[in-house]
Design a protein around this ligand. Structure first.
Ligand code: SF4
Length: 477
């Protein structure tokens, strides 16, 4: 529903998110903050994109099916998460780069049949069957577009066929439009433990201009109804930086979230997709401009301050929780690089050092399945530094990076990162306590830049290690 660039390989797995696996490493100096800059609004001139799989390489197409078969046949030792993608929405919201198909009620049963057949096939594989699954995320698109019965059948099927841990988090993502109490109860009865609602804003004028169907008060009333049912963790997404969203409207959004008794909330920056419909509407003057990066920074800081004053506590750099029921297991698992089993058209996942994406076109996927072929788009091999990059991503997302733990994974990292850490602490982006680098709120806003800087330090450490390594003896004639 709401996706910033790198979050949720959901981010969690929205289709065709931009990933630049072959982006060349950047020099450390690119991540130094010049003196005298305001840390929150001026530390960097733009945001980096630093996914943990940066540096991955594609598997040759002729080997892809064999590699994929080997991945499925190899058991896991560690827990995994599952991402299931529903590529349908009732309409295309103006700001969204993840829309795929218009929802039609007549597709529901066949679509769920396909998904359950896929789940049944994958559940038998050693990759899936060998160890517990700690979180399942039904994302999209709009999973709540599914009618109550097919939705409940899908969730019950996942629960029956997958090796879910006893306290497995099962998230249903969606929107208030065409959701409703009965569908929510059906989902909870089937096993949903968490609802993540894409609200974006409660300002009715802004909502309508962006293509959202319901007014703000209707969405707030539905959230209150979900909370009152007391059956699951209820969280919502808010966006800041929307065209026409005033400071007062943002403050009202935050106060509304705080007053509803929600278990958690995620604060996202608007991403204006180049060449997208929102960019065109702004360029033509049909909509006012979106917020600048500076304005986004201030809105982010205001959001955290306002919600923490009202009893929320940060669980991640853009997510806050108000109750212990909210655990954010899926999203933190993605950031830490847990194996992720992708299900459904367009879902992406990774395991055993590789990542892949399911074919998104529903008919093509169906035809491939009928021919007994794996319906994947291709496979990439994670870079050698993936464990260290995932550990950096997970630590930074949690707000504190244990530098000695990264040093263990990548010798030489601490020395390479030292100039950055010193610079960032002086610039007000972080603090050092013992061996841990913790972000300030300003540093959290520039999270991807700091993560990218640590990746550059990993690159520098690897280059140094390679240049000082003793030459290996060539045993071949
Ligand atoms: S409901 Fe709107 S915001 Fe959510 S995925 Fe669909 S088009 Fe995007």
């Amino acid at each position: 529903m709401t996706a910033t660039a790198e979050e949720r390989t959901r981010d969690e797995s929205p289709p065709r998110r931009r990933d630049h696996p072959s982006s060349p490493p950047q020099p450390l100096a690119a991540f130094l903050v010049p003196p005298g800059r305001d840390p929150l609004t001026e530390a960097f001139s733009g945001r980096e994109f630093a996914p943990p799989w940066r540096g991955s390489t594609p598997v040759a197409p002729e080997r892809a099916e064999a590699v994929y078969a080997e991945i499925l046949a190899t058991p896991r030792k560690e827990p995994a998460i599952v991402y299931l993608h529903v590529p349908y929405c009732q309409n295309h919201c103006l700001f969204c780069g993840f829309f795929q198909n218009v929802w039609r009620p007549d597709v529901a049963d066949a679509f769920v049949d396909d998904l359950l057949a896929e789940v049944a096939e994958k559940a038998e594989t050693p990759l899936v069957a060998s160890a517990p699954i700690v979180a399942v995320y039904l994302g999209g698109g709009t999973p709540t577009a599914l009618p109550a019965k097919p939705l409940a059948r899908l969730v019950a099927g996942l629960k029956a066929m997958l090796p879910l841990a006893e306290n497995c988090e099962v998230t249903l993502e969606g929107r208030a439009f065409d959701f409703g109490r009965d569908k929510a109860l059906a989902a909870f009865d089937a096993g949903v433990t968490r609802v993540s609602l894409g609200v974006q804003t409660f300002d009715t004028g802004v909502r309508k201009r962006l293509g959202r169907k319901l007014g703000g008060p209707e969405v707030a009333a539905f959230l209150a109804e979900l909370v009152a049912l007391d059956r699951a963790s209820i969280v919502c997404d808010l966006m800041y930086g929307l065209p026409g969203q005033t400071h007062e409207a943002w403050a009202h959004d935050l106060d509304t979230v705080a007053s509803l008794g929600l278990d958690g909330a995620t604060l996202y920056a608007l991403n204006v997709w180049r060449g997208g419909r929102l960019a065109a509407a702004i360029d033509s003057g049909r909509l006012p401009p979106a917020a600048t990066l500076r304005e986004q920074a201030r809105a982010y800081a205001t959001g955290f301050a306002r919600l923490t004053e009202r009893g929320f506590a940060p669980l991640a750099q853009s997510h806050l929780a108000r109750s212990v029921r909210e655990r954010n297991v899926y999203n933190s698992g993605i950031k830490r690089g847990l194996p992720c089993i992708p299900l459904g058209p367009g879902a992406g996942g990774q395991a055993h050092g590789h990542r892949w994406r399911n074919v998104i076109e529903i008919d093509r996927r169906r035809a491939m399945r009928a021919e007994g072929r794996p319906f994947i788009e291709g496979i990439s091999k994670n870079p050698p530094r993936y464990p260290a990059q995932a550990a950096v991503t997970g630590g930074m997302e949690a707000g504190a990076l244990d530098l000695s733990a990264i040093e263990t994974l990548a010798p030489g990292f601490r020395a390479a990162a030292a100039p950055l850490v010193e610079n960032w602490v002086a610039a007000g982006l972080g603090t050092i306590v013992g061996d841990t680098f913790a972000t300030t709120r300003a540093g959290a806003f520039w999270l991807t830049n700091l993560t990218g800087g640590f990746f550059a330090a990993l690159d520098a450490a690897a280059i140094l290690a390679a240049s000082t390594a003793a030459p290996t003896e060539d045993v071949l004639p």
